[in-house]
Design a protein around this ligand. Structure first.
Ligand code: ADP
Ligand code: MG
Length: 702
């Protein structure tokens, strides 16, 4: 140890470590590593099994089918050194041991030839593969070594692989960690109570860091990772539990108790009986609405499961108490559809409702705002414009956010400002069922209700995957359905002609008109149409004036045309699983048997898996689980959309058990102390605030 070693602490700059000069420190900085603590937190991205010392024959015999042997060391004598000129000049050497020979190859490293000569003994270490029966190591590290009696062979081990840079290899980073850990580990203070850590059989924090950086074996590396993942999940769940507690105790909503009379009056409005699932969700909502703590509830139910009826039930309950309700849809089209449903349902009631979208003129807008603020509107239906600044309600008691799985903390905060001193009760509806692990994280501060069964009388939707070579048959069959009076959706991936040869709306519609759909009226729809045009196109389809609708995915959510029975998706392999499921949900909404045809020639594995999954189930919950597996949690909704910092260690597709453990512990801790104010938890609380305080809008009262 050199003189300065004693001074190394977690806060030391990396230059305190031996071998880290300013240039190296700059490279480390580009990886986000400034201090010793940063270095310790720089976790391996994966591990490689180093086979240790292998004889030429052992290595040859252990090669996989694709020739890969792996990381290994070869010990022996150099018997030949050759320069091979060319565009990629290389040096080749032959290393012999008693079992055979290994070829060593270095590219662009002429200096190595000066170090090697026949007769030299030593060890080469690096990646080996078997080629045409001989073993080759490319760019191995070389060290001279005279043979000595009783040499123990170099042992194999699990080698961590770190995110590295051009100038700074994973191996160098590993060497810095080896230097840093003996100083750093004893200084690591575990912020989580030992009883909690022990309850889940996890190692103390310092041990966990040792295990991930210097694992004895794969099981140990996993044990260390599990502890770090647990901490990450615990912190998140603490934030969510604290957020739930604060929402419940610090924000007040108006109490909207349900009476038998109110209940009867509401259900009598509907032309159908609520399904048991719908009724159960209505009961949960009614229970929430009766309290003065604001409701924060997510209703998930597959497309067509009847979420809108549930939303209206809640809205009418609020209105029965003389308060206002708002239904917010992600697009104008959907807002308008809700509006039409509401018109049909409430025409003869005294409920005053109004559509408020971005396409109102300035005068209409001002008038609508005045009506909302003055309380002349009971039920406002619109887009996010409704929650915009400058929109005031007289007494907004309930906000329904429809088809929305990206309703972040910020938007919820905007709601708070609308409630006349009260926080409106909030109901979020999503047709994208959310795997449990995700709903516990992204929506961990919401209570979740599920509608699983569809309303009675629905015909199951058949799904077929067809190669493009057979699309003529598909359209010919669709034509027979149209000739029977049914309607057809055709979804294409592009709005405009593209150079990738993808079908676009206009050309595809033209091709259909000139071919299989000759003589039919074909509507065209895409996101670039003005809202009024879109509305016209959609109404024409809804009313049966057009028989075919060629569209991009804009018809994805919520649109309801019961007479449409065939959905054809072109280039289906290009769509995500959740998206395909949503599209399929556009048909099968009436009493006739429906069909979804996915035309595609998947070239990649995941494309094929998506289409297979679609063909094998229509259960949105099963689709969601598969989607999560295929895409990974980060991609699933886009963690950015949730407004939360991404998880670095935990993997929601496999850490379900850890997540549930963390959630339990977090709830227990917040129940015991809502602001985590026990001095024992001081470091945990500070970490919590710095990580999630802003993102979750936590009030720090510690
Ligand atoms: P989503 O859950 O996709 O929003 P909707 O609320 O749009 O579903 O409902 C889909 C269709 O089912 C609508 O036409 C609606 O009128 C109808 N529906 C909803 N609930 C029932 C029910 N209990 N019985 C019969 N039809 C229903
Ligand atoms: Mg809906």
């Amino acid at each position: 140890m050199h003189a300065g070693d004693d001074a190394i602490t977690l806060h030391s700059g990396v230059t305190a470590l031996p071998g880290v000069a300013e240039r190296v420190a700059a490279s480390l900085r580009s990886l986000g590593i400034r201090t010793v603590a940063d270095l310790v937190r720089h976790l391996p991205i994966r591990y490689e099994q180093d086979l240790g010392e292998q004889t030429a024959e052992q290595a040859r015999a252990s090669a996989r089918e694709d020739g890969v042997v792996g990381e290994m060391s070869a010990r022996g004598m150099i018997t030949a050194v050759r320069h091979i000129p060319g565009r990629r000049p290389r040096v080749e050497a032959t290393l012999e041991d008693e079992s055979g020979s290994v070829r060593l190859v270095w590219f662009n490293a002429p200096w190595i030839a000066r170090r090697l000569r026949p007769g030299l003994r030593g060890v080469a270490q690096g990646k080996a593969k078997s080629r045409a029966g001989y073993v080759e190591m490319s760019n191995p590290r070389w060290r001279d070594e005279a043979p000595s009696e009783g040499d123990t062979p170099i042992a194999g081990r699990l080698r961590p692989v770190y995110a590295a840079t051009e100038e700074l290899s994973s191996l160098r980073i590993e060497s810095f960690l080896k230097a840093a850990l003996p100083h750093a580990l004893p200084l690591i203070d575990d912020p989580v109570r030992a009883v909690i850590v022990a309850r889940h059989g996890l190692p103390p924090l310092a041990d966990a860091y040792r295990m991930v950086h210097l694992p004895a074996d794969a099981a140990e590396a996993e044990r260390g990772r599990a502890r770090l993942a647990f901490d990450e999940l615990l912190l998140l769940q603490l934030g969510l539990a604290m957020r739930r507690w604060q929402a419940r105790h610090q924000e007040r909503a108006v109490s909207l108790p349900r009476t038998e009379a109110i209940h009867q009056a509401i259900v009598d409005r509907f032309p159908f009986e609520f399904t048991p699932d719908q009724m159960a969700v209505c009961d949960e909502i009614a229970h929430d609405l009766a309290a003065t703590a604001p409701m924060n509830r997510l209703v998930q139910g597959d497309v067509g499961s009847g979420k809108t009826a549930v939303a209206l039930y809640a809205a009418l309950l609020a209105i029965a108490h003389g308060h206002q309700a708002a239904i917010v849809a992600p697009t104008e089209l959907l807002a308008e559809q809700h509006f039409r449903n509401v018109v049909a349902l409430l025409r003869e009631s005294r409920v005053r409702f109004r559509l408020v979208t971005g396409s109102l003129s300035a005068r209409e807008r001002a008038e609508a705002n005045a009506a909302l603020a003055g309380g002349q509107v009971d039920l406002a239906i619109g887009t996010h414009a409704l929650l915009g600044e400058g929109v005031q309600f007289r007494s907004l008691a309930l906000a329904v956010i429809d088809e929305q799985h990206r309703f972040g903390v910020e938007q919820r905060a905007a709601l708070r400002a609308k409630g006349d001193g009260h926080m409106p009760h909030m109901l979020v509806m999503t047709a994208t069922p959310i795997p449990r692990t995700l709903s516990l994280t992204l929506f961990g501060d919401l209570d979740v209700s599920s509608i699983r069964a569809l309303p009675p009388g629905r015909q199951p939707i058949a799904t077929r995957v067809m190669p493009r070579s057979r699309s003529a048959e598909v359209y010919a069959y669709a034509r027979t359905r149209i000739d029977r009076g049914e309607q057809v959706y055709v979804v294409v991936p592009a709005v405009e002609e593209s150079d990738q040869g993808l079908a676009d709306v206009a050309s595809h519609a033209a091709a259909l008109e000139a071919g299989p759909f000759a003589g039919l009226t074909i509507g065209q729809m895409h996101g670039r149409l003005a809202p009024a045009e879109r509305d016209a196109v959609m109404s024409a389809f809804k009313d049966g004036r057009t028989q075919v609708l060629v569209s991009t995915v804009v018809i994805e959510v919520g649109v309801d045309v019961p007479n449409a029975t065939v959905m054809i998706v072109e280039h289906a392999e290009r769509f995500g699983l959740a998206q395909l499921h949503q599209l399929r949900g556009r048909v099968g909404r009436g009493s006739k048997a429906s069909l979804c045809v996915l035309i595609g020639d998947p070239t990649a594995d995941d494309g094929e898996r998506r289409l297979k999954a679609m063909a094998s189930t229509t259960d949105g919950f099963a689709i969601a689980e598969e989607d999560l597996k295929l895409r990974g949690p980060g991609e699933f909704f886009g963690t950015r959309q949730s407004g939360l910092p991404p998880l670095r260690v935990a993997d929601l597709t496999r850490d379900t058990a850890l997540l549930l453990a963390a959630r339990d512990e977090a709830q227990r801790a917040i129940d015991a102390s809502p602001s985590l104010s026990d001095p024992v938890d001081e470091r945990l609380r500070r970490k919590l605030m710095s990580t999630y305080g802003d993102a979750l809008g936590l009030a720090d009262v510690g």
